[in-house]
Design a protein around this ligand. Structure first.
Ligand SMILES: NC(=O)c1ccc[n+]([C@@H]2O[C@H](COP(=O)([O-])OP(=O)(O)OC[C@H]3O[C@@H](n4cnc5c(N)ncnc54)[C@H](O)[C@@H]3O)[C@@H](O)[C@H]2O)c1
Length: 322
C-alpha cells in the first residue's frame, strides 16, 4: 500500500462519500489509516454503498444531509482537518433538462464547503471534472481552455473559480482535482456519463448497447481505483493551491468502447443523441503535473478495468436474482 503522504490527514470528511467515486475515496482513506466521516444526502447513492465500512476502524459514519445545508455540514465537520468535496448533481443530461436545479445544487454545495473550510482553516480537496475544458485538440493539461458545454460543467467550474477567489483573499488551502472519465464498480448505469456502466449492464442483460450520435466522440477512461488514489494523494502539501488533472493519456471512442464490451455479440446500436449541444467530441488528458507533484499515474488499463467492472456488475445481477 502506498504510504500516506497525506499523513497530515488524521480525520477527513468526504462529501458525496456514498457515491460512486466518493465511497472509493472513503476506502482509500481508511486503508491509509485516516478517520473518515461521510456527508451525503443519498439522492444518488446506490443502496448499501457504505455497508462494507460499518464497524471498520476509523469509520466515523454517515451524516445524511446536503452539502448545501450549512447546519448539516457543520455537524459533519466536527473534529475534521481535511475535507474532500465530491457531492454534486453529476448527470449532464439532467443538467440540460433542469439547468437551474443542477447549477444551484452544485454551486451552493461548493460555496458552503469552501466557506466552511475557510472559517475552520481546513485543508480542502475539491473534485472538479474534465468537463470544464472544451474539446481536446491534443492532450489537455491544466492550462487547456475552459469551455464548459453544459450547466453541470459550468457549475463545477464556478466552484473552482470560487475556491481560487478564497485562496487569493483568505489563503484557502485547497487543491482542485480534475479526473477525466471515471468508470468502475458501483457506478450507476442510468447516467449518461456512466457509459461504461450502461454498456456493461446492457450487455449482461443481452440488451442493445446504445451509442449516442455517431460514437466518434472520444473519452479518456480512468478506473475508479486510480481516481480515488489520486484524489487522496492530492491532499499532499505539495499540491496546495494547484489544479491537477487525473487521466490516463489514452483516448477511446464510444464506438470502440461499445465494441470492446459487446465482444462480437452484434448488439451495438446508434441512437439519436439526446442533447448534442452539450456533447464534447474529444477528451484526452495530460496528467504530467499529477506525476510531477504527487508521483501519481494511472495503473489500470482499459481492458483490465472493464473486466473488473464487468465482474462487479455480474455479481450484483446474480445477487439480485437469488
Ligand atoms: N464519474 C465521473 O466520470 C467523474 C469525472 C470527473 C469528476 N467527477 C466528479 O466526482 C464527484 C463524484 O461523482 P460520482 O461520479 O461519484 O457521482 P455520484 O452521483 O455517484 O456521487 C455523488 C454523491 O453525492 C451525493 N450528493 C449529490 N448531491 C448532494 C448534496 N447536495 N449534498 C450531499 N450529497 C450529495 C449523491 O447522493 C451521491 O452519493 C462529482 O463531484 C463529479 O463532478 C466525476
Amino acid at each position: 500500500m502506498k504510504p500516506l503522504d497525506v499523513e497530515r490527514v488524521v480525520s477527513a470528511l468526504v462529501t458525496g462519500g456514498a457515491g460512486f467515486i466518493g465511497r472509493r475515496v472513503v476506502r482509500e482513506l481508511l486503508d491509509r489509516r485516516a478517520a473518515v466521516r461521510v456527508l451525503d444526502d443519498l439522492s444518488r447513492a446506490r443502496p448499501g454503498s457504505l455497508d462494507a465500512f460499518q464497524g471498520r476502524d476509523g469509520f466515523l459514519g454517515l451524516v445524511q444531509g446536503s452539502a448545501a445545508d450549512p447546519a448539516a455540514l457543520q455537524r459533519a465537520l466536527q473534529g475534521v482537518d481535511t475535507v474532500f468535496h465530491l457531492a454534486a448533481a453529476v448527470d449532464v443530461g439532467a443538467s440540460v433538462r433542469r439547468p437551474a436545479a443542477a447549477a444551484r445544487a452544485n454551486l451552493l454545495g461548493s460555496l458552503d464547503v469552501i466557506e466552511a473550510a475557510r472559517a475552520a482553516d481546513l485543508r480542502a480537496v475539491l473534485v472538479s471534472t474534465c468537463h470544464v475544458y472544451g474539446p481536446a485538440r491534443g492532450p489537455q493539461d491544466e492550462q487547456a481552455a475552459e469551455r464548459p458545454a453544459s450547466p453541470y460543467a459550468a457549475s463545477k467550474l464556478a466552484g473552482d473559480v470560487l475556491a481560487e477567489g478564497y485562496r487569493q483573499a483568505f489563503g484557502l488551502r485547497h487543491t482542485i482535482v480534475r479526473p477525466f472519465n471515471v468508470y468502475g464498480p458501483w457506478q450507476r448505469a442510468d447516467l449518461e456519463g456512466g457509459v461504461v456502466a450502461r454498456f456493461i449492464q446492457a450487455d449482461l442483460r443481452q440488451q442493445p448497447l446504445e451509442v449516442h450520435g455517431a460514437g466518434a466522440q472520444t473519452r479518456d477512461f480512468l478506473f475508479v481505483d486510480d481516481a480515488a488514489r489520486g484524489i487522496v494523494d492530492a491532499a499532499a502539501e505539495t499540491a496546495v493551491g494547484r489544479t491537477i488533472n487525473l487521466a490516463t493519456g489514452r483516448e477511446t471512442s464510444i464506438l470502440e468502447l461499445a465494441a470492446l464490451v459487446d465482444a462480437g455479440a452484434g448488439r451495438v446500436r446508434r441512437v439519436e443523441h439526446p442533447h448534442p449541444q452539450a456533447e464534447v467530441d474529444r477528451y484526452l488528458g495530460d496528467a504530467s503535473l499529477a506525476r510531477a507533484l504527487l508521483g501519481w499515474r494511472a495503473e489500470v488499463d482499459l481492458r483490465g478495468g472493464l473486466a473488473r467492472t464487468r465482474a462487479w456488475f455480474a455479481a450484483q445481477a446474480n445477487r439480485a436474482s437469488r
